[in-house]
Design a protein around this ligand. Structure first.
Ligand SMILES: Cc1cc2nc3c(=O)[nH]c(=O)nc-3n(C[C@H](O)[C@H](O)[C@H](O)COP(=O)(O)O)c2cc1C
Length: 218
């Protein structure tokens, strides 16, 4: 279990970065909590926040993010209460920043999640559109046979959404809907959020102690 805290200056045990895309679906808190937990696990986290996501994040959490990646990085670091000396672990890239490592399969990335994942991004990934850095990064993960987790948030689902999800699952992508279970008897919204973030971390192969697995001690 990882016991590294925010602000630790220790180097990551596994130096390979993890990519997190935050898209404009509802559930911005899932993405922010996921980034926080990956940083807590002392991982280098490469983040892309889509333009619609900036709107949704502000509406749902009050966190205002500017348009430029460096400004987003600064505000995210502040929001996550991280120390300036550790900011090297969080790197934010713009939607058209094709120089980012995640844009190429030759750059080794250990895993990627899009959390929350809009139906727009889901459809783009399912069809290999690659018009933005986030779409391209997901496409790279699939072609390189690397771990890709999508956390879609929509209800109800149309046959279009479902057929995209089937296609992606058949390509090895983990479809992890943002639909928390209730068998751990959550009494706060945070516990519901952590249920989804914990399952996402499990699928990214990151140790977590947010929510114990069924039958495991709390
Ligand atoms: C408050 C708000 C909530 C939204 N919730 C969802 C949602 O849960 N799922 C979804 O697919 N789109 C949702 N949308 C619509 C997306 O933001 C929109 O389709 C956008 O184009 C997605 O862009 P992106 O995939 O590049 O982030 C929401 C929009 C707003 C403003």
């Amino acid at each position: 279990m990882s016991r590294t805290h925010l602000g630790s200056s220790a180097r990551p045990a596994d130096p390979l970065p993890i990519v997190v895309g935050v898209s404009g679906a509802s559930g911005a808190v899932y993405g922010l909590r996921l980034i926080e937990q990956l940083l807590k696990a002392d991982r280098e986290v490469h983040v892309v926040v889509t333009n619609p996501a900036r709107t949704v994040i502000e509406m749902e959490t009050g966190l205002a993010l500017p348009t430029q990646p460096l400004g987003i990085e600064r505000n995210l670091n502040r929001y996550l209460a991280r120390k300036a000396t550790t900011r090297g672990h969080l790197r934010v890239f713009g939607e058209q920043q094709w120089t980012a490592p995640m844009a190429s399969g030759s750059s080794r990335i250990s895993a990627m999640a899009i959390c929350p994942c809009s139906m727009g991004i889901l459809s783009a990934v399912a069809t290999g559109a690659s018009h933005t850095l986030l779409e391209r990064a997901a496409d790279v993960m699939i072609k390189e046979r690397r771990r890709l987790v999508l956390v879609p948030r929509e209800t109800p689902l149309s046959t279009i959404h479902l057929s995209h999800m089937l296609h992606l699952a058949q390509s090895g992508v983990v479809i992890l809907p943002a639909s928390p279970g209730f068998y751990h008897t959550p009494v706060t919204v945070e516990r519901l959020i952590d249920f989804i973030v914990a399952r996402t971390l499990d699928h990214l192969a990151i140790d977590q102690d947010l929510t114990p697995g069924w039958g495991q001690p709390a």
